[in-house]
Design a protein around this ligand. Structure first.
Ligand code: SF4
Length: 365
């Protein structure tokens, strides 16, 4: 079966879901209300990873809607993406990096997505004039890499992905290109069944200029044999894979889980890149965000179980002012550093805030 046909079998309605997961009539009504706002879509593969007898299963929590999504505390755009949008679908926040929002669709919709304002919904934030974005990047020689993200870029037809890469590859000042995708985690069939995709990706990962895929494994149970086979196919085609885990309440907020995940990622050749503080996004914050203090303690305990390779990641907060690394606690103060900064004057700046055990974001400190 083709990957497109496989994807058409996704679970998208509560009627389909209740065949797999026990839901009371009240839950069914509540979840219908949730998915009217933010669609549900779950691949059969990812659904098969859920322990259906376990209501607090971490995989379940990541993709099955919850009534907690009706909670509107937080913001739709805490990283300030709209402020750094140069044209629909093109963001430029840090001088060396441009971000293209290639699609609003994904192979499954993660309930904690920080782009919940647009994934699966109609939006004007997606690229419509790719050539104009290429022109912008061409004119800005300070841009040394482009991240094509979304949504999930690898849901797009292979010819479109090829066209994006072909146009970007002509820009000489780019050192490398990146694709953001959860396909290796949620829908490895896309990689395992599509030789054309693999050969296109390989073609654009040259000895001088590699193609990166930034993926997002959040729990060791996602590292199935199928997912590992998909990763291996990419690595064998010279694609470099890095991983951005999101720290999520009830999913991976445990030092043993984080340590196990990062060790296994390093073992299969994936670079541990970031652990992200969950953003305070509306319909996400309440259900998924771990307070910064607790997050810091989890990461530091996990690091004690990691070797140099498996702790190459940084624990960061993607704030509207920059990518802020959460460095440590001394007495009753928490220390931070701008790893990336919207205002170049802040780049590398070290700063501290009084410790607050419940704060989940810089603005609450
Ligand atoms: S695949 Fe990525 S963009 Fe899509 S819903 Fe999940 S986290 Fe969001």
């Amino acid at each position: 079966m083709s990957w497109e046909a496989e994807l058409k079998k996704n679970i998208c309605t509560i009627e389909q879901l209740k065949e797999y997961i026990d839901l009371t009539p009240l839950e069914q009504r509540q979840l219908k209300r949730v998915i009217e706002k933010h669609p549900m879509s779950i691949t059969r593969y990812y659904l098969s990873l859920i322990d259906k007898k376990e209501p607090n299963d971490p995989i379940r929590k990541m993709v099955i809607p919850s009534v907690e999504e009706l909670n509107l505390s937080g913001s739709w755009d805490p990283s300030g993406e709209l402020q750094i949008t140069k044209m629909p679908g093109l963001q430029h926040k840090y001088a060396p990096t441009a971000l293209i929002l290639s699609t609003n669709r994904c192979t499954a919709y993660c309930r904690y997505c920080f782009r919940k304002r647009l994934v699966g919904l109609s939006t004007g934030e997606i690229i419509s004039k790719f050539d104009e974005a290429v022109e912008y990047i061409n004119e800005h020689e300070e841009i040394t890499n482009v991240l094509i993200s979304g949504g999930d870029t690898l849901i797009l037809p292979t010819e479109i992905i090829e066209n994006f890469l072909k146009k970007l590859a002509k820009i000489e000042h780019l050192h490398f290109m990146r694709i953001g995708s959860k396909v290796p985690v949620i829908f490895p069939e896309r990689i395992l069944q599509d030789k054309d995709l693999l050969s296109v990706l390989k073609r654009f990962s040259t000895p001088e200029r590699k193609l990166y895929i930034s993926t997002q494994f959040n729990h060791p149970r996602e590292l199935t044999r199928k997912a590992i086979r998909a990763i291996n196919k990419l690595i064998r085609r010279s694609i470099i894979i890095n991983n951005q885990t999101v720290l999520l309440k009830g999913v991976n907020d445990d030092p043993d889980i984080i340590a196990d995940l990062q060790n296994k990622l390093a073992g299969i050749g994936i670079i541990p890149y970031y652990i992200f503080q969950c953003r305070p996004v509306k319909r996400v914050k309440q259900n998924f965000q771990v307070p910064l203090y607790k997050g810091y303690m989890i990461i530091s305990k996990a690091k004690r179980k990691l070797n140099g390779h498996s702790k190459r990641f940084r624990y960061v907060m993607s704030h509207r002012t920059g990518k802020i690394e959460i460095l440590g606690i001394v007495d009753d103060e928490m220390y931070f550093r701008y790893h990336e900064a919207r205002d170049p004057k802040n780049l590398g700046k070290l700063f501290k805030r009084k410790l607050n055990y419940t704060a989940g974001w810089l603005d609450e400190l």
